[in-house]
Design a protein around this ligand. Sequence first.
Ligand code: C2E
Ligand code: CA
Ligand code: CA
Length: 526
Amino acid sequence: MMSHRLTLPARISRLLLIGIAALLPVAVTTPIVYWQESTRLRQQATRQTALAETTLDLILDYASQAADTVAPLTNQPCTQIVQALRKQVTIVPFIRSLTLERGGILYCSSLFGVYHRQISSPVKSRPETELHLKSGNELTPGRPLIIYRKQSGPTAIYIAIDGLHLQFSLDMASDYNPVYMRVGPLWIGPDHAVHPTPSPPFDLLTIQRTSSRYPYTLVSGFNRRDLYHQMAISYKLVFLSMAALGLALAVWLRWQLSRPASPAADLQRALDNWEFETFLQPVVRTDGLGWQGAEALMRWRHPRDGLINPDLFIPYSEDCGMIVPMTRKMMHQLARTLEWSQLPPQFHLGINITAAHLRDDALLVDCQQFLTHFPPGKLNLVLELTEREVLEPTFEVRERLARLRELGVKIVIDDFGTGHSNLAYLQQLPLDGIKMDKSFTASIGADTPSSHIVDSVTELAHKLKLEIAAEGVESEAQRVYLTRLNVGWLQGYLFARPMPLREFLQCPELAAARAAASVNRLPRDD
Ligand code: C2E
Ligand code: CA
Ligand code: CA
């Protein structure tokens, strides 16, 4: 009977919650992994540049050593020292050529011997040691080389180191991320070519390390994309586990959410959020005036289970002691809607009241407040007291009923015939009418013992001058039969099923009943 239908907002927020649970483990893990991996990469880049510095300094140390060996000979003519230059080139690792310069003129070379080539106009003060990065020279045009220059008195010693040595050092140091070497305005990187500065940027972290001994700088770092790539590779298992955990969490949460809460908690929430709706079912007069009344029947629009019929929650809310506040709120809402509605005069509005409510002093106040919304003659409040519950006709109960009647409230015994009523009971209680249970209406036409009860109940009611209503009228035969017995009011699917309040107020039968009442000028009930 309970359909598993959720309202759209409830469904969306449930899905959202489950989605958050599914993503939570990965979402929590990601920043931690990000921090860990970026720390690791930073340390690695620092290590890489330190390693590159060590090997590059070592290579340059050889050049410096060769320069120191040649320096004392530079006051001699080239022809005498060219052999010594060639010897250095042969025995010292990494160096390719050795050239001497004086006054801007290259005059002695390990390669060409004596020669004369103007390279620059003499500069007054230059640092003692210089490094120059070149993309090539006449002999090896496409091959980068680094020139180590050392000033020794008026002579400068130029030592060429093959770029390949630099390259190997940089390549060796470059692990995940490349290491660049910057010399003056130029740099050399993993593509083995010389470029002008600035060196390509790293978008996440850049580490610079300037050699303490030679004028060059090493640059390394990493890009965001590399970091994500590393995270995906190194933490693949972690992420997979977290995704599995998220999935498990989502499944668990889904199960938790679809599990019914404890019925009492469910009902309390329903009361707090007012998930109840009032339906009205017309109560029809048999004298041809039509819909002159209605019964208020509660429905629970459960966020998960959809519309629930009262049989499933009213008994429970009685047990939990919630029926009184529920009825009170329903009456309040009904009053606020009906006070602005056009109803036939003296409209009978039936409200189901439980024994618990009747024992409550507040019932009188609730009814009083309800009636203040209506001008005299507009609406008759009818309290239907079910006969299924034992209602002791104590002095207190009679007192209370009497005071309610003084307010103009009508008292009717509901489900009449199913319980404990007897003639004495009916006489002891101050009543206005009885409502015959639908099981008797259903028996009309069948030749069963209960079919005769309809006749005797009606007769009894007439004798006691009580109004009589019949519920559960589903067929035309039942209507005719009950009308012939002078049953004043009928209610059942034959006329209409219970419907939402707004829908009821728009029914043309209601307007017709209003018109009929104004033509006939309904006799007053009192
Ligand atoms: P009830 O007071 O006897 O209300 C009449 C019930 O008969 C309603 O069931 C109504 O829908 C149903 N009914 C009407 N015409 C026909 C018909 O032609 N054939 C058949 N088979 N049934 C018909 P509903 O709405 O499911 O209510 C069930 C019971 O729940 C009510 O019985 C009443 O005892 C209780 N109830 C409903 N609303 C409230 C409320 O606000 N307060 C209290 N205390 N009880 C309520
Ligand atoms: Ca009823
Ligand atoms: Ca009934």
